[in-house]
Design a protein around this ligand. Sequence first.
Ligand SMILES: [Zn+2]
Length: 148
Amino acid sequence: MKVHLRQIPPDGLHLEGEEDCLIPDLESEGVRCVAPMQYNIDIGVSEGSLWANGSLNQPVELTCVGCLEKFVHDIKVPAFALHTELLGPETVDLGPFMREDILLNLPAHPRCDREGGRVCKATVAIAAAAETKRKSDWSALDKLKLKK
Ligand SMILES: [Zn+2]
């Protein structure tokens, strides 16, 4: 995601669009991009430095730590911001900055039910096991009562 400094007007530039996945190397770790990254940023140049701020969104497929099923999650960077000194070249690659922020917002222990849209099978299994145990506790108690 390269920007040409000459194309940035004095009062800044609004950029909106899609960019290829910046984290293709994470696929081996179970993080797979399922759509391009969407960006919506403002950039500008002032006093020898480049600034940018806005938001990013990268839809990825993750593996749930609970049930090991794959699910789609949007890695959102609601407050992407950068400020970097311009050291000569006329183009600046925003990719590495964006990648860093996406990685920071990547959930370390992804769970498929973290957004409340679905119920994790692991949670269901734990609840079912607890229910079975509760019932068997009661039946043990019933047997105890019968003995009396
Ligand atoms: Zn799950």
